[in-house]
Design a protein around this ligand. Structure first.
Ligand SMILES: *[C@@H]1O[C@H](CO)[C@@H](O)[C@H](O)[C@H]1NC(C)=O
Ligand SMILES: *[C@@H]1O[C@H](CO)[C@@H](O)[C@H](O)[C@H]1NC(C)=O
Ligand SMILES: *[C@@H]1O[C@H](CO)[C@@H](O)[C@H](O)[C@H]1NC(C)=O
Length: 184
């Protein structure tokens, strides 16, 4: 009998330890974070404007490539690029693409993109989507994952397709069409 009580007491003690170490986590009703609503798929077509030259560049190289690499391997650039509704730079600005692109390949021009699309107008004002992926810039269509979002885009996932519409090496100006398919 006393042996039984001892085992029981040990088990209660163990349970208490387990419970106390998991006090920081609890299961929630999905309704509290809006997950009871039907998930929707939103398509956004945006134009990304990058300019490395001129008086007010929108992106700056903060780390040079290694060993004069022609593939730009090891380079790191920080961007704050306008996102517009049309291919012309003077079309309506709806937000900014803020983040980093870094030369990630030794044999070809292939960037690691880490960026937030930060919306600044209308119902998406203040909301963001986060894109993290591989951008082989000389390829016609580059697919990159949407790994998350905030505000209107909480719990977002999806992908983007990037297509270069304009590129001028001399002035450092590039315009890229981004078709974003976002489940949120
Ligand atoms: C990089 O290029 C410059 C100019 O072309 C040259 O002087 C230098 O030696 C090169 N450095 C390396 C590490 O190859
Ligand atoms: C926008 O830019 C294009 C070409 O750069 C120009 O032809 C057009 O007149 C501009 N539109 C406005 C509204 O400024
Ligand atoms: C977007 O939201 C910010 C912060 O709430 C506000 O200051 C700004 O006026 C809004 N912009 C537009 C175009 O609604």
């Amino acid at each position: 009998m006393s042996k039984f009580i001892l085992i029981l007491a040990t088990q209660i003690l163990l349970l208490a330890v387990v419970a106390s170490t998991e006090d920081f986590a609890r299961t929630m009703n999905q309704k509290h974070v809006g997950l009871h609503k039907e998930e929707k798929l939103t398509h956004l077509r945006l134009y990304w404007h990058d300019s490395t030259g001129g008086e007010k560049p929108s992106s700056v190289q903060i780390k040079q490539p290694v060993l004069n690499s022609s593939s730009l391997f090891g380079s790191v650039s920080m961007m704050d690029d306008a996102l517009t509704t049309d291919v012309l730079r003077n079309s309506t600005v709806v937000g900014q693409a803020q983040g980093i692109y870094a030369g990630a390949a030794q044999g070809e021009i292939d960037f690691l993109m880490v960026m937030n699309f930060v919306f600044k107008t209308g119902k998406y004002n203040g909301s963001t989507i986060t894109i993290l992926g591989r951008n082989a810039v000389l390829t016609e269509v580059r697919e990159m994952p949407v790994v998350g979002g905030s505000g209107m885009f909480r719990f977002a996932r999806g992908y983007v397709e990037a297509r270069t519409k304009y590129f001028d090496l001399k002035s450092g100006v590039a315009t890229v069409e981004y078709n974003c398919y976002v489940l949120h």
